[in-house]
Design a binder for this molecule. Sequence first.
Ligand SMILES: Cc1cc2nc3c(=O)[nH]c(=O)nc-3n(C[C@H](O)[C@H](O)[C@H](O)COP(=O)(O)OP(=O)(O)OC[C@H]3O[C@@H](n4cnc5c(N)ncnc54)[C@H](O)[C@@H]3O)c2cc1C
Length: 298
Amino acid sequence: MTKIAENYDIKNDTTFKIGGRIKKAAFPDSVEDFIELLKSNEYDIVLGGCSNVLFSSNDIDKKIIFTKNLKNFSFNQNELYVECGAKGPYISKECANRSLSGFEFLIGFPGSFGGMVCMNASAHNQSISDTFKSARVFDKENNTIIELSKEEMNFSYRNSVIQNKNYIVIDVKFDLIPENSEKINEIMSRNIEFRRLRQPSLSTGNAGSIFKNPQNDSAGRLLDLCDMKSQKEGGAVVFDKHANFILNQNNATSSDVISLMYKMYTKVKEKYTIELHPEIIYIGNKETEEEKLWKKMN
Ligand SMILES: Cc1cc2nc3c(=O)[nH]c(=O)nc-3n(C[C@H](O)[C@H](O)[C@H](O)COP(=O)(O)OP(=O)(O)OC[C@H]3O[C@@H](n4cnc5c(N)ncnc54)[C@H](O)[C@@H]3O)c2cc1C
């Protein structure tokens, strides 16, 4: 069964805790229902953990499928099958329990497998592409399901063929690496501690890194050198421990976030002649000023 909601208030489903009402939301609870919805051609976007998105604070004229109920998984020796809505931290623990390495980096952030494959999520010297084997994806253009190998995914930093061809990830297979479980748990504990010390907890709204790293550098390092920590626009503030995070400190709107991003972008451009580009994805119709600033940063 698919739950459908019209005029759906999206704010609390996002890690940023920002967003207005979306025209129509669908929550399929089986892969078969998900495929039916995709084939109907009615929906504009598919979202998983909503941890890399900034929704407009105004009404959003979009129909969106949310995959959060598609979270089945199974293991066949070191091969993992996982549906697109399953969350990284939960699956990384399941892998650790089976002495399988490859997902120690997923312990600290709330992405779904569909979103993480789409964005080629990475951290702590591991990435989704490392152990990726194949994915079943929906090809919107031809209204068919195809299977993509690792080579066909064209993975690169925060990118994959999923973004470029507008494919939808249905489910994925990974080849994980047998490893001593003590070693896996030790790496996971280290990763959690790293995040605890340097990154905001999800109790304050945020969407992870705001800008992509420029080649051979770190957006956080450049923003820090530009004294961006604790800078504010409306209810949005730059995190005081890591300048590539924006916190929704006090009912921030999408305009507050974009204005603050533009301030960050401008400072780095002026000081280092380096242009930062957003990692987060904007959803909805931008207000005139939002549109102007967003365009300059892309
Ligand atoms: C506190 C915090 C820490 C973070 N740390 C990291 C980090 O270390 N490394 C990192 O890489 N990211 C990090 N992120 C960002 C985010 O978690 C990742 O980008 C993740 O890959 C997004 O997954 P999601 O399911 O939330 O995607 P969503 O935000 O739901 O969507 C992101 C994009 O993926 C697309 N998408 C989602 N599901 C599918 C699907 N089934 N098929 C096709 N496209 C789909 C959406 O259309 C959208 O374009 C962090 C975020 C937070 C909040």
